[in-house]
Design a protein around this ligand. Structure first.
Ligand code: ADP
Ligand code: MG
Length: 761
């Protein structure tokens, strides 16, 4: 007896899912798990919870009194969808609530609860059987987020248990229903996974009406995609018929800048204005940090800057501009520009669903959130930069970071699809079809395989999952990887000898960083070393800012020998400066360069980088990461619960060189994070190994204390020629801590080279 507004009921009836109500409820009635696939916008998220509600789920006096829970990978979606379903439920509005980590609107009367997947995972820690719920909907399963994946694994067990318990004690326990929803048809990883479900759950495909979308690739790939997105949007707005524009960018910073520029270029009519909005402050202790919120990144694509990239698109060759303005439109009409990203207040986010002011065209500048989580009405043009920010992991350096990367072909197609919901549309891709073919993978890799295994294991242990090896993963990492990860975490003190998480491990799991760096930061809180370790961890996370000698030797034309020699001597002088602090430690060389830069005024930095052979882009990113880490450390190490502004000023970072005592302490702190990466000079442990007098330092043999997995090398490891040690002019230290090993397979026998961080005395 739900009473809905007429307009709402009409809108619901238009949704493809609406026709499937009977089929869906029938399947749920007969099965404990059901999978629903349907295009974005088909009504899955807003309607399926209502179907359940109307057939008695979540009603105290029914057979299924437990709540209906719906999980979302993103906070924005959890809040927005709860709001919408509340509106749709009319007289039962108060039965819908949401819970995200720092904000909740649930109460006694709540029957339908939207939450982030992180919230449900934490609830499972205190109530594994999730007895509060009669049905759980795991939404956006196609995204393959780590939380969603872990949830599905755990829930596959809970289903069986709840079924068993309800047979034994039907008065007390009821079975649980699990509904997995996906925006793509690619669900075999769930449905045919024997680890998860004994017999494959039924799959319901919701048929959708999708209008054709013409895809227009740029002839050349826009390197500065922000600039190109601006240009393209102006062109669409000034030349093409009515219909909303949706621009995909990667994060808050870019989006705010784009919104500012577009609003300035196409202002609203006189008397209309935008309200100023404050940013949401987030206490990171209570929040799962989402990749798009982390405003730093190293753009890997910077390095393969080639002819292909250009910001100039030849006007005559530009595709997708055959139509013209309609009657009543002019090239200078106002554009109603709205941002959409996680840290925006909910009220602001919901504006995308309202009608734009009369005569103005809607333009939403969004992150990935608009790809499948939220459907913006009346979009006819999509402008896609082809990138997104994602958590990733560099296997060579072992460093976990948030990077701007190409999306997958599947994602690009999803984004294009946003233009075809209400009529035929256009999608403008700011990259060439050649780049799409060669650089875009078919599907994106599940997040669990993109993260270092030790982060995955630490996360799971912090959720109270002790037996990782036998966990029913959707896509399991290899057992070998998991075992190694457990060992590493044990070395770092995050797990005890029974592989149970320690207090330190719990603290480490809160940092959105690899456990090594988390450990370094946690031990650094003494002798005033914390800011140095923050700087160092930032430097190590972002990548190597030092231009190598080899790059100078091999760069330029052959005839320019004299110039090259000049450069080389400048290079050596500069490097000597950075090794003054410590001649044996690459880590301290990095720290010296970072400290030195702090004291150079902004305007002179570029020159400073150039004359010291430092990569400007990397150095800039290091500063950004330091700000971010300073903030994260502040909230994680502070005792009280405070909402700290994520804005850290550059002045706050300024560091003077560490004292002698601090240098020694810093070396120990580095070692704490890389305790399993120690190498000893071979002649120390084996008297048979002799070092010839004239041996180059890079040929001196070291042995790792823990065995390496590489079997086809000669069993030794060697100092990398880029290390400060290669030029230290004396016998290198007996014990070294290294960041990573790289195999040089250019010669016939494989040589393992270590990137040393510091000596240990
Ligand atoms: P799906 O989950 O299948 O992608 P949804 O249930 O999210 O689909 O969306 C169904 C429809 O409801 C879409 O057309 C969307 O634009 C509309 N919608 C969702 N939220 C709101 C809202 N707050 N106001 C108006 N329309 C909305
Ligand atoms: Mg949805």
């Amino acid at each position: 007896d739900v009473q809905r507004d007429d307009s709402i009921q009409k809108a619901r009836m238009q949704l493809p899912v609406f026709e499937e109500e009977h089929r869906i409820m029938e399947a749920i009635h007969h099965n404990d798990c059901v999978i629903i696939c349907g295009e974005t916008g088909s009504g899955k998220t807003t309607q399926v919870p209502q179907f359940l509600f109307e057939s008695g789920y979540g009603s105290p006096d029914s057979d299924t009194p437990g709540m209906i829970g719906i999980t979302q990978p993103r906070r924005v979606a959890a809040v927005a969808m709860a709001e919408r379903v509340g509106q749709e439920l009319g007289n039962y509005k108060n039965r819908v609530g949401h819970q995200i980590r720092f904000d909740a609107s649930v109460g006694e009367e709540t029957s339908v609860k939207f939450m982030t997947d992180g919230v449900l995972l934490r609830e499972m820690m205190s109530d594994f059987l999730l007895t509060k719920y009669s049905a759980l909907i795991i939404d956006e399963a196609h995204e393959r987020n780590i939380n969603t994946d872990i949830l599905i694994g755990m829930l596959s067990r809970v289903l069986k248990l709840r079924r068993d318990w309800s047979c034994k004690d039907p008065a007390k326990y009821k079975p649980l229903k699990l509904i997995i929803m996906s925006a793509t048809l690619r669900v075999s990883e769930f449905s045919e996974n024997k680890n998860l479900f004994g017999s494959p759950p039924p799959i319901i495909n919701v048929q959708t009406r999708q209008y054709p979308v013409s895809i227009h690739f740029n002839r050349r790939t826009a390197f500065n995609y922000n600039e190109e997105a601006f240009r393209k949007t102006c062109k669409i707005h000034s030349k093409l018929p009515r219909g909303g524009i949706l621009i995909f960018l990667t994060g808050k910073g870019e989006i705010n800048e784009m919104v500012r520029r577009l609003r300035k270029r196409y202002p609203l009519k006189k008397g209309k204005s935008y309200d100023d909005v404050a940013e949401v402050k987030v206490d990171s202790r209570y929040v799962d940090i989402e990749a798009e919120e982390v405003d730093f990144s190293v753009n890997e694509m910077v390095h393969d800057l080639s002819e292909e990239y250009s910001n100039e698109e030849d006007d005559e060759e530009e595709e997708g501009f055959d139509e013209t303005l309609e009657e009543g439109q002019t090239a200078e009409d106002p554009l109603y520009v709205l941002p959409l990203y996680s840290l925006l207040p909910t009220k602001e986010q919901m504006k995308i669903f309202e009608r734009p002011p009369n005569g103005a065209r809607l333009c939403v500048v969004a992150t990935n959130i608009a790809e499948t989580s939220l459907t913006i009405p009346n979009i006819r043009y999509v402008v896609d930069c082809g990138r997104s920010k994602e958590r990733s992991f560099n296997e060579d350096t072992g460093v976990q970071s948030y990077e701007i990367k190409w999306i997958s072909k599947a994602s690009a197609d999803q984004r294009a699809g946003r233009a075809g919901r209400t009529g035929p549309g256009h999608c403008y891709r700011l990259f060439s079809s050649a780049v799409y073919e060669s650089e875009f993978t078919q599907f994106s890799k599940p997040e669990i395989l993109r993260m270092p295994a030790e982060s995955v294991v630490l996360t799971m242990k912090s959720m109270g999952i002790d037996n990782i090896i036998n966990f029913p993963f959707v896509t399991p990492p290899t057992r070998d990887l998991l075992r190694k990860a457990e060992k590493l975490l044990q070395h770092l003190g995050a797990l005890d000898d029974r592989m149970i998480i320690t207090k330190l491990g719990q603290k480490m799991s809160r940092f959105p960083l690899s456990p090594r760096f988390a450990k370094m930061l946690l031990v650094a809180n003494q002798q005033g070393c914390l800011p140095y370790i923050i700087a160092l961890v930032s430097g190590l996370s972002v990548g190597d800012p030092f231009v190598s000698e080899w790059e100078i030797i091999s760069g330029g034309e052959d005839e320019e020998n004299e110039w090259k020699n000049q450069q080389l001597s400048k290079f050596n002088n500069s490097r000597q400066l950075f090794t003054k602090l410590d001649k044996f430690s690459d880590g301290l060389q990095l720290l010296s360069a970072i400290c030195a830069q702090d004291h150079i005024p902004r305007a002179d930095r570029e020159k400073f980088f150039e004359s010291n052979f430092l990569r400007p882009k990397i150095m800039d990113e290091i500063v950004k990461l330091r700000k971010q880490l300073t903030y994260i450390v502040k909230v994680n190490l502070s005792k009280e619960s405070i909402a700290v502004s994520p804005l850290v000023k550059e002045e706050e970072l300024k560091l003077s060189l560490p004292t002698k005592v601090q240098v020694e302490a810093i070396k120990q702190m580095i070692t704490a994070g890389f305790i399993d990466h120690v190498a000893v000079r071979a002649d120390i442990v084996d008297k048979n190994v002799k070092i010839p007098n004239n041996a180059p330092i890079t040929a001196i043999r070291y042995l790792t204390l823990m065995p390496t997995s590489d079997t086809d090398s000669d069993g030794f490891v060697y100092i990398h020629p880029n290390s400060v040690l290669s030029k230290c002019g004396e016998m290198p230290p007996s014990y070294l801590v290294y960041q990573s090993l790289t195999a040089n397979s250019a010669s016939t026998t494989k040589t393992l080279r270590m990137k040393p961080l510091t000596d240990i005395g």
